[in-house]
Design a protein around this ligand. Structure first.
Ligand SMILES: C[S@@+](CC[C@H](N)C(=O)[O-])C[C@H]1O[C@@H](n2cnc3c(N)ncnc32)[C@H](O)[C@@H]1O
Length: 236
């Protein structure tokens, strides 16, 4: 009988925020796969796992998912990764592919899940705590109250989604915001918002954690999200 792939969300950084279910499944599987953008790169998701699970005796597999702008390169990486996972499944072993935060929030696992299922193998998804929920809790920011809505967007590619989020929602979570603070401030200004409507949550649960206002002098790393609240605590 072939094995099964588990897509496991490991939370935002603190190993104590790995769910009990995720921990049990990671303890049970024979192999743990982790995605990287460049070969040999450190994996934050794998470090989180190591902080909560004894991985000795398990196969640890690096899967390369290039961020190359050429779609063909990215597709090739994906199909190589799926092939590697399928080989393990054919041996009858279960394999967990770990992802930072939650599996459903901008995660590479989503593509893998689809392709693995298309090959006829079984998969299961174990949710994790998304980074913006963890950051909001640490910053003591309610993401939404009453009948308010929340938009979660990525600032990586363009700011079209930024504009539609600001026009349609009271609360906006801007992910991948690390090198786009100027663009964000511009759009906020356009909507009559001030700097104190935004809170940066960066490296939550990791070294170099920062929770505070947008500081253009500061160098932010990739693990940076901004929470914008148009009402900023004011009642409707
Ligand atoms: C590819 S997405 C992965 C999101 C992840 N699946 C989740 O549920 O949070 C990467 C983005 O998530 C956010 N992120 C991930 N970990 C974070 C952390 N520890 N602190 C702040 N933001 C984080 C940042 O916006 C980063 O650019």
């Amino acid at each position: 009988m072939s094995g099964k792939v588990f897509g496991i969300g490991v939370g935002p950084g603190d190993p104590e925020l790995l769910t009990i279910k995720a921990k049990c499944m990671l303890e049970d599987v024979a192999a743990i796969a982790y995605p990287v953008n460049r070969k040999g790169e450190d994996s934050t998701a794998l470090e989180i796992v190591r902080g909560a699970v004894d991985v000795s005796g398990k196969r640890i597999i690096e899967l390369l998912f290039s961020m190359d702008p050429d779609d063909r390169v990215r597709r090739k990486c994906r199909s190589d990764a799926v092939k590697e996972l399928a080989e393990i499944l054919e041996e009858g072993s279960d394999v967990a592919m770990v992802t930072l935060g939650d599996v459903g929030v901008y995660s590479t696992y989503t593509y893998v899940d689809e392709e693995i299922k298309n090959l006829g193998y079984e998969t299961e998804v174990v949710p994790g705590i998304p980074s913006f929920c963890s950051g909001a809790a640490k910053a003591r920011i309610p993401l939404m109250i009453g009948n308010e809505g929340l938009a979660v967007i990525s600032l990586a590619k363009n700011n079209n989604s930024l504009e539609s989020a600001f026009s349609g929602f009271e609360n906006i979570v801007v992910m991948k915001a690390w090198n786009s603070m100027e663009i964000l401030l511009e759009v906020m200004k356009k909507y009559g918002l001030k700097e104190d409507n935004a809170t940066v949550i960066s490296n939550i649960g990791m070294e170099g954690e920062y929770i505070g206002p947008i500081d253009l002098e500061r160098k932010y790393g990739y693990f940076t999200t901004v929470i914008v609240k148009k009402r900023n605590g004011e009642e409707e």
